[in-house]
Design a protein around this ligand. Structure first.
Ligand code: RFL
Ligand code: PHB
Length: 390
């Protein structure tokens, strides 16, 4: 088989890139290790920046998001038993975020891709990029025990943190930067109305908690947990008790509970691989960088990578100019590092670290007090939360 762009990974970055390329008339094939249903079963991000919303519109996949998504003008930082609202709209001069689950984004992109008749190969094993140091790269894979090969002009490695694209790069050609945090997030989904109409990020002596949502009747809640924690040890009752403990009293009293239908633990890490281009292969999204979920940036960074790469590829095929793809890695990384910084900062400010001493604790309290009482500091938080410009 031959195509222009072989995309490894059918997560949000692969699907969004594929959709923008298809709309621009640039032939592409997507490969994924798992099935469509498996991908749609993953529960992940919930908050979209305006830039991400704009790209989904540009890809022709924004209609359901505008109908069912929940625009949010602010969120709460809760500490000392009180809410401190961050007025995103007022502080940024009119910007907001959209609460719409990654699962739904993925579903919308997959359905549009099917309508367009573009090729996606699910359940492909042993997917491997080859010869990306030449202008004739190719990807090999197996389905039903049979080996296949796709020849292409470019490979887009959209295959997440554990995928084969970054691993195929020789060690001497890549530099990685990493920080692993000494805690995780235990998250649940439950069919109940959210405790608040906006998100609540809570800092409490027992640890961080987050109240988020997927719809007016579906809540997504998280509590900070240790890395040794086992999911079997967390009954729903234990989870609800812990969440209540970490929220201001009026929210704890208003919290409606129900049996959870999803429960999982995610470790927290910051990770960046540099550069993001190796000859004719590009790394995109989680394949190149991971951020802790505290700033809600992971999916949004995947989208900004896609923006830069799509612009570059469009320029390459439209004007026969490689200026855009040559600039890809530098432009993407400049934005990535700012989001890495923001996510690290929000994580540090909102969580309890196992080795925190009294001095560190006082600094954290002073930072939260400053942040919520200084318009300049709140504005910096709001500007980053709604997303820096592309
Ligand atoms: P994905 O979504 O991991 O997709 C990669 C795809 O590649 C496939 N793949 C392979 N395919 C072929 N061969 C192989 N050998 C392969 N290995 C892997 C996988 O099957 C998969 O389909 O990466 P992508 O597309 O770059 O998207 C990144 C986002 O998924 C991620 O950054 C976000 O989910 C992070 N994130 C959040 N981001 C936000 O912007 N806002 C949020 O509110 C937010 N909340 C979160 C999050 C991530 C979380 N978890 C579980 C890590 C909350 C959580 C709990
Ligand atoms: C979510 O709804 O899953 C979510 C929201 C905000 C975050 C992280 C996760 O910062």
């Amino acid at each position: 088989m031959r195509t222009k762009v072989a995309i490894i990974g059918s997560g949000p970055s692969g699907l969004l890139l594929g959709q923008l390329l298809t709309k621009a008339g640039i032939d592409n094939v997507i490969l994924d290790r798992v099935s469509k249903d498996y991908i749609l079963g993953r529960v992940r991000a919930g908050v979209l920046e305006e830039g991400t919303v704009g790209l989904l519109d540009k890809a022709g996949c924004g209609a359901r998001m505008h109908e069912e998504g929940l625009p949010h003008d602010g969120f709460s930082l809760a500490f000392d038993g009180r809410d401190h609202r961050i007025d995103l709209l007022g502080l940024t001069g009119g910007k907001r975020v959209m609460v719409y689950g990654q699962t739904e984004v993925t579903r919308d992109l997959m359905e549009q891709r099917e309508r367009d008749g573009s090729v996606t190969i699910y359940e492909a094993s042993d997917v491997e990029p080859h010869d990306f140091d030449t202008t004739t790269p190719y990807v090999t894979y197996r389905t039903d025990g049979i080996s296949h090969r796709i020849d292409c002009d470019f490979i887009a490695g959209c295959d997440g943190f554990h995928g084969p694209s970054r691993k195929a790069v020789p060690e001497r050609a890549i530099r990685v930067f990493e920080k692993v945090y000494p805690f995780g997030w235990l998250g649940i989904l439950a069919e109940v109305a959210p405790v608040n109409h906006e998100l609540i990020y809570a800092n409490h002596p027992s640890g961080f908690a987050l109240c988020s949502m997927r719809s007016p009747t579906r809540s997504r809640y998280y509590v900070q947990c240790t890395l040794e924690e086992k999911i079997e040890d967390w009954s729903d009752d234990r989870f609800w008790d812990e969440l209540r403990r970490r929220l201001p009293a009026h929210h704890a009293e208003a919290l409606v509970t129900a049996p959870s239908f999803e429960k999982s633990i995610a470790p927290l890490r910051s990770f960046v691989a540099e550069p993001m281009r190796f000859g004719t292969m590009f790394l995109v999204g989680d394949a190149a960088h991971i951020v802790p979920p505290t700033g809600a940036k992971g999916l949004n960074l995947a989208a900004s990578d896609v923006y830069y790469l799509f612009e570059g590829l469009q320029q390459f095929y439209g004007e026969r100019s490689s200026a855009g793809i040559d600039a890809y890695s530098g432009k993407a990384l400049a934005r990535v590092w700012k989001a890495v910084r923001f996510s690290w900062w929000m994580t540090t400010m909102m969580h309890r670290f196992p080795d925190t001493d009294e001095f560190d604790q006082k600094i954290q309290e002073a930072e939260l007090d400053y942040l919520t009482h200084s318009r300049a500091a709140s504005t910096a938080l709001a500007e980053n939360y709604v997303g820096l410009p592309y």
